[in-house]
Design a binder for this molecule. Sequence first.
Ligand code: ADP
Ligand code: MG
Length: 339
Amino acid sequence: MQDVIRLLPESLANQIAAGEVVQRPASVVKELVENAIDAGSDSIVLKVKDAGKTLIQVIDNGCGMSETDVRMSFERHATSKIHTTSDLFNINTFGFRGEALASIAAVAQVIVKTRREEDELGTLVDIEGSEVKNQEPTQTPKGTSFSVKNLFFNVPARRKFLKSNPVELKHIIDEFQRVALANPEISMTMISDDKELYNLRGGNIAKRIVSMFGKSYQEQLYPCHEDLDVIKVKGYIGKPENAKKTRGEQFFFVNGRYIKHSALNHAIMTAYDSILPENTFPFYLLFIECDPADVDVNVHPTKTEVKFADERTTYAIVSAAVKQALASYGITPSIDFGI
Ligand code: ADP
Ligand code: MG
């Protein structure tokens, strides 16, 4: 019998890896916008066509890439963001896996234009299904523009499973909102099928909440903060009477990264306790800052789940912060009126 094991061709390996990272157009938006932020941009424009199915373009004014780096950026496990194992436990960028661009380029047609400030000419790379079609010097503004066309053009089975445009666009808007809320100092624009959905100027978090959700939010929020050595919590929580029937406007950010955390959500809901109208969900947007070494962001490939070194203490601190914010504005859960 002959031996049968072979290494997969790189393009196929990339396609398989892409299954983890790129589930839908919104995943591409998340990766590209996070890269733009990691690149130190203060202005980011997102353009999508057909809910990202035909085009997702992210234009930034960040550091740009050299001719060699831009080619390298599409290799798997190629990253400028971590170098050693110890870096892995001290992550202060969004990216670190070096997988996103390789994955995206494996399942789409990508054109990138990029230029560093010090370079007179930038570089254009045209890559399709992991194959570089063209690379040439180009005139382009400082920063980087990624155009991702025809996602899953070469994986028809996955393209077929994309949902309707309104559903896919909603996922994109969710990603855009999360990143925009986490980075209020960055100007962020979103254009969908030539219609401008958001044009957010850089400012503080309160301004960003209002420009994203509407002026009425000025009267609907309480500040919430807790400043301990191990952990800091700051942000806003909504007045109970403005709680919504759906839980769409609830945001946790840990060290600037949007996360889902059911235990922390529970901490907040319990803090509101009986003061919430039945079956309603309050607005909250809380930034939790802690030592990156105390939180493991490496749990899940799409990185929305994290694990705290001390989950119980984190729960207690968030719960106390919310209770205190509610109490200091005169709202105390009725259970506390007991004696
Ligand atoms: P990661 O973000 O995990 O490092 P990516 O595949 O997303 O992996 O990107 C690979 C590398 O390409 C990054 O580490 C970075 O050096 C470079 N890069 C990607 N996007 C940009 C950008 N918008 N501006 C500058 N450099 C970028
Ligand atoms: Mg990245």
